[in-house]
Design a protein around this ligand. Sequence first.
Ligand SMILES: [Zn+2]
Length: 183
Amino acid sequence: MTDIMTPAQRHRCMSHIRSRNTKLELKVRQWLWNHGYRYRLCVKGVPGKPDIVMRKYRTAIFVNGCFWHGHDIQVIGNREQGSVENSACCKIPKTNREFWINKILRNQERDQQNYQILQDNGWQVIVLWECQLKANLLEDTMRQVEVALQDNYLRTFSNKAKTYILVDEENLPMAAEDNIEYN
Ligand SMILES: [Zn+2]
């Protein structure tokens, strides 16, 4: 069997696959695909490691497990001395609780950094949670995603249009004349 990947590529791809919450992600991907949306999974040049990339809508989608990403948990007080309260979908074990809290809070920090990097680069970010993807909620959740995608598409499009007008209209920026110093 020939192997077309370099060891580094293979490592990257394996760790990519391992780190995915594939079952959840699959639900979202299947819905999108069945409704005519196309997406990419391993995209070079897109920062923040999103699970699903939809270039046409300039949208990055994250599919988060409620436990690992600490959905809706409340941090009371500061991180060192405070405590963390469970939420309906994220119950942190009593045994080794400190360990799990640290792990989950670190994941949350990393999530925020990833969302920020994407937003700084002009991407819209959609975060989907495990509990929103249960069978009875999936359709509603994905309809909301659909609305957000259309919105993101229009926003990207109107930004382009604005740039175009600014570049093209030679007569418009008269006010700028006032700022020019002649001496
Ligand atoms: Zn949840």
